[in-house]
Design a protein around this ligand. Structure first.
Ligand code: X2X
Length: 333
């Protein structure tokens, strides 16, 4: 901002015009961090959004993308986002719940039957509720959530067919109370590990398994260190695109509008890309040596119910939030 003001302040109109056409330092250069490989649809569409934003703002806003947790793991990057060291960060609602407890509500086990229900909810009342909670904590969420997908359980040591197979299973979960609680309710032995450390934790045997959508098993090459995959679809997960509030509000309104428009448009496109990868990559993972099981999902859901998982989280989220969730998924959980 100072640079432009200085230029305009000197009355250098010609200079002002020429910097529009030549390569020049942008007025705003912001960092956008995420934990996914550069080949994941999220990063492919983020690059598209950043390119479009640079072009449509005439070079005024340049967003540099840092994939693969290059700026730090999720816990560290969330701190950076809050203190302004990083301006943008895409984060799972469940990990964000370490700061915004009720943001995790979209991650309740087996809440969403399919993607149609997910997008109706997240683009509707449930998403609006979550964004309201996020804003109360001083972060700015873009309107459209990005897709991670329905999560599946992978293992290095045994196939998983029934909930009993999870008893005592050493599984990595992301840093989030809801994840810890869900796998404790399954009777597993969950360990919290940031995604940045997951490949190593699996390859050294710190844990025997993890759970993630297939697009991540594929792009993060988890098939190199995991043998089995159980298609449990046990929860849907996404990524809120978050901005540091001060950095966001420093942008002139027209730049904010352009940035939000492209981030939201690319999110919509990324949802289609990701669903397609999650739907089709099983074959490729099989060729890479993974074996798949298709367990009865109802049995897993019943295990959560009889362990008191739903009752516990209804109490934690509160009746208002729970009612919004149940309305969105069209069933009582
Ligand atoms: O940490 C994970 O497993 C990941 C990549 O799915 C999330 O960001 C929640």
């Amino acid at each position: 901002i100072t640079r432009r003001t200085m230029l305009l302040g000197t009355g250098a109109v010609a200079l002002g015009a020429s910097i529009r056409t030549k390569a020049h330092a942008a007025d705003f250069t912001y960092k956008l961090a995420n934990n996914l490989p550069v080949t994941h649809p999220l990063n492919i569409r983020l690059k598209e959004a950043a390119d479009n934003i640079l072009e449509e703002t005439g070079g005024r806003l340049k967003i540099n993308i840092f994939p693969s947790s290059q700026l730090g793991n999720d816990t560290e990057t969330l701190s950076q986002l809050r203190n302004g060291a990083t301006e943008f960060f895409s984060l799972s609602p469940l990990i964000l719940s370490t700061l915004v407890p009720n943001a995790a509500i979209s991650g309740i086990g087996f809440a969403f039957p399919d993607y149609d229900t997910v997008w109706k909810a997240m683009d509707g009342e449930l998403g609006a509720y979550a964004r309201g909670e996020i804003e109360k904590k001083g972060l700015v969420p873009m309107e459209k959530i990005w897709d991670n997908g329905f999560r599946q359980i992978t293992s290095s040591n045994k196939p998983i067919n029934t909930p009993e197979d999870l008893k005592g299973f050493k599984i990595r979960v992301p840093p989030s109370p809801l994840w810890q609680s869900m796998f404790t309710a399954f009777g597993a032995a969950p360990t919290t590990i940031n995604f940045a450390e997951v490949y190593t934790a699996l390859s050294t045997g710190t844990v025997d398994g993890q759970e993630n959508p297939l697009a991540i098993a594929s792009t993060a090459k988890l098939y190199e260190v995991q043998k089995h995959c159980a298609m449990t679809n046990h929860m849907w997960d996404g990524f809120w695109m978050l901005a540091n509030k001060q950095a966001w509000e420093t942008l002139p309104e027209d730049i904010r509008e352009i940035a939000a428009k492209h981030l939201n448009e690319s999110a919509i496109a990324q949802r289609t890309d990701t669903a397609k990868v999650n739907d089709t990559v099983r074959e490729q993972l099989t060729q890479s040596g993974m074996t798949f099981t298709d367990p009865d999902k109802a049995a897993f859901r019943e295990t959560l119910r009889s362990a008191g998982f739903y009752a516990e989280w209804k109490g934690k989220f509160g009746d208002e939030a729970w009612a919004i969730l149940e309305k969105a998924v069209g069933t009582s959980l």
